[in-house]
Every structure is written in structure tokens, then in C-alpha cells.
Design a protein around this ligand. Structure first.
Ligand SMILES: Cc1cc2nc3c(=O)[nH]c(=O)nc-3n(C[C@H](O)[C@H](O)[C@H](O)COP(=O)(O)OP(=O)(O)OC[C@H]3O[C@@H](n4cnc5c(N)ncnc54)[C@H](O)[C@@H]3O)c2cc1C
Length: 348
């Protein structure tokens, strides 16, 4: 185990803000991981697990404990009862796994192409996009339980997946280190073309697009929105969508509609769960005075996506936080809705 000291965290994230980690270890094996955990415990250090750094905002003060980067690698593939089972190391790049699945013509994750970050990060917020989410294909998650330092396999139901949540970012936050994720995909399955952007892209096609064609389309649509990491492009120096789409009760939804019609506006919305309505956080942001390209010092809003707060160059975590709070405050004042941030705030 190599323990580094005072490691800059900003370059390890997609938003590129934040200070130093007092201690930093990359764990590639269970033995290494156990050693790092023992080191943290012996010194009473707070432990933060870092994947690809694409869903975090690190404070300018950094992290005074130990940051554990998960480097477990490997993609193993087998066939089981007509399904394709992939066991993937938590440290693998997510999009590399998606590319592999699509090359093998296995359906289930093609719409999740181009999402940055690690495989281990995907169960945490039940990553989703363009009509798919990982909860649909995750069979189980292998974890180190920090409660008793035992390795356990959690089945899909035990992960408590819901919209952008799981036990890993709610009731069991900080308890488990994810080591490996098992996905079950459908060999020679069909692409899922349900999301409006994808339907538009393939409008007029008489045949269902291939998985490879769908992956390509998703990546293209993402790139057009600054949601595909492109080196040097400041519109994707972000943590992706900064706010979750609010899920409202019928009463809250009716109130929102009333406020919108009073302004001569129509809110794009669609029913989520039975009596709930999911509304577009991007629409709320844009209709609260924050258009694409908005700037507040070195922090701003992407020119291609209203939901992405970006670092235009020299932004600090404080700049990002201040813009986030300004947006939340205006949306609450105008629409009576509290926007929940999506990224994880570290060291604040
Ligand atoms: C341009 C862009 C586009 C994006 N698009 C989407 C999208 O379409 N849909 C979507 O859902 N998300 C999206 N995201 C957010 C992000 O990519 C995902 O949430 C991703 O899964 C985070 O993985 P990560 O490895 O980068 O996690 P990190 O950012 O490193 O960590 C996020 C959280 O997960 C925890 N974590 C990470 N790895 C582990 C592990 N092995 N064990 C335990 N805990 C762990 C961390 O402790 C932290 O709490 C986007 C982000 C960007 C920058």
C-alpha cells in the first residue's frame, strides 16, 4: 500500500475544484483495501471513497482524512440461463464496460453510453439516462462492509434503488465500499428507444437501430449538450446535472401549474410514479433567470445545458456553491420548489 500525502483532488474530478487530501491511497486489491482501512482507523481518520470524481464537489479546504481511490479492475463475462452476466471491477471506467457490452451485442446499458465515472459509482445514485437506469440490469453488488470489515454480496433488492438513490447515498451512506458490480444483460436484445431525444434522432427509421447505432446516437446527443467529457471544452467541466428533477405531489404540481399559467408559461412534465409528477429541473432553472451561458465570476451555467454548473477556468468550490445557492433560492422564490443537488459535497 502506497500512502501519499497532500494530494491535490481537483485534477481527479471532472469539475476541477477542491483542495488537498491529507492522505491518499489507491486500492486495487482487497488486501490493499483492508490495509488502508486499518491505517485510517488507527489514526482515527475520516475516510472518503473516490471513484471517477464525476459526481463530487470537493471543498476548497479539501479532505482532512484519507481519500481512498478504488482501482479494482477486470471485466468478466459468462452466459447463464440465456442471459449475459458481466462481473465488473468497481474501478473500471463505466463507458469502457458499456462499449464492451455493445460490442458483444448485449442490451441493457446502451442508453447509458458516454456517462463518465467508474463502474463502482453507478449503483450509488442509480445512474440513469435516456430511458435506462442501472437498477434494471444490476444483479448484485460486492461490497466491503465497514461495519464489520466483511465482504458481502448485496442483491438488487437490498440496494434499495429508486430515482437517483440507493442505500449507498441514503440510509447506508459511508457504510459500504463497492468492489465489484454484476450486471445481467440480454444477448441480441433490442435497443431501447423510448426517450424523446432518441425517438427524434431515429424518426423515420423503419428498422430498430442496432445497439451500436444507439450508443453512437446517445454519445452524439450527449456531446451536443456538453454532457460528454471532451478535453478542453469548458462546457463539460462540470459534475453533470447539478440538480435532480423534482418529483412533486399532485398538490405541489397543481400549484406549479397555477404559477406557470399566471406567467403565461407551460411546464413540461410527465407522470413519474402513480400520484407523483416529475418536472424538469432544467426548465425551472431557465425560467428563474438563469439561461444557458450565464456567468457568475468563474462559475457559470453550460452554454449547452441549463442543468450543468461549470467551472469556466479558475473557479473555486466556494464559487460553485455560491451559484448553486443562488439558483436554489431563486427557484424557491419563484416556483416554491426546492431543488435537490445531485453531486456529493465533500469536506464542506
Ligand atoms: C458530463 C457529465 C455527465 C453526466 N451524466 C450523467 C447521467 O446522464 N446520468 C447520471 O446518473 N449521472 C451522470 N453524471 C454523474 C456521474 O457521472 C455519475 O453519477 C457517476 O456514476 C459517478 O461515478 P464516479 O465513479 O465518478 O463517482 P464519484 O464522483 O467519484 O463519487 C460519487 C459518489 O459515489 C461514491 N462512490 C464512488 N465509487 C464508490 C465505490 N467504489 N464504493 C463506494 N462508494 C463509491 C463516492 O463516495 C461519492 O459519494 C454525469 C457527470 C458528468 C460530469
Amino acid at each position: 500500500m502506497v500512502i501519499q500525502e497532500n494530494v491535490s483532488l481537483a485534477p481527479l474530478t471532472t469539475l476541477k475544484v477542491g483542495g488537498l487530501a491529507r492522505y491518499f491511497v489507491e486500492a486495487k486489491t482487497i488486501a490493499g483495501l483492508n490495509e488502508a482501512v486499518a491505517f485510517a482507523r488507527s489514526r482515527n481518520l475520516a475516510l472518503f471513497v473516490l471513484g471517477g470524481g464525476s459526481n463530487v464537489v470537493i471543498s476548497d479546504a479539501g479532505w482532512s482524512g484519507i481519500v481512498l481511490k478504488i482501482g479494482f479492475s477486470g471485466i468478466e463475462e459468462r452466459s447463464e440461463s440465456g442471459r449475459a452476466v458481466f462481473e465488473v471491477g468497481a474501478g473500471e471506467e463505466w463507458d469502457k464496460f458499456v462499449a464492451r457490452a455493445v460490442t458483444r451485442n448485449c442490451a441493457g446499458v446502451e442508453c447509458l453510453s458516454g456517462i463518465p465515472g467508474s463502474v463502482g459509482g453507478t449503483p450509488v445514485q442509480n445512474v440513469g439516462a435516456y430511458g435506462q437506469e442501472v437498477a434494471e440490469t444490476i444483479e448484485s453488488v460486492l461490497v466491503l462492509d465497514l461495519k464489520d470489515c466483511q465482504v458481502r454480496e448485496l442483491c438488487n433488492e437490498a440496494c434499495g434503488f429508486s430515482y437517483r438513490t440507493s442505500i449507498f447515498n441514503t440510509c447506508a451512506r459511508g457504510r459500504y465500499i463497492i468492489l465489484r458490480v454484476t450486471y445481467t444483460l440480454i444477448p441480441d436484445g433490442q435497443s431501447r428507444i423510448q426517450y424523446a431525444d432518441l425517438k427524434r434522432h431515429f424518426a423515420g427509421w423503419s428498422v430498430t437501430p442496432t445497439l451500436a447505432g444507439t450508443r453512437e446516437a446517445v454519445r452524439r446527443i450527449r456531446a451536443s449538450k456538453g454532457m460528454l467529457i471532451t478535453p478542453g471544452d469548458e462546457d463539460c467541466r462540470s459534475a453533470g446535472s447539478f440538480f435532480k428533477n423534482p418529483v412533486l405531489t399532485t398538490d405541489q404540481h397543481a400549484e406549479l401549474m397555477k404559477r406557470a399559467s399566471g406567467k403565461g408559461l407551460q411546464v413540461p412534465s410527465y407522470p413519474a410514479l402513480e400520484a407523483l409528477h416529475k418536472v424538469s429541473a432544467a426548465w425551472l432553472v431557465e425560467h428563474s433567470g438563469f439561461s444557458r451561458g450565464y456567468s457568475s465570476g468563474a462559475a457559470g451555467i453550460s452554454r449547452r445545458h441549463a442543468l450543468a454548473i461549470v467551472n469556466r477556468g479558475e473557479a473555486t468550490a466556494a464559487d460553485i456553491l455560491s451559484l448553486k445557492e443562488h439558483i436554489q433560492q431563486r427557484v424557491e422564490e419563484i416556483w416554491g420548489i426546492h431543488l435537490e443537488p445531485e453531486p456529493v459535497f465533500v469536506g464542506f
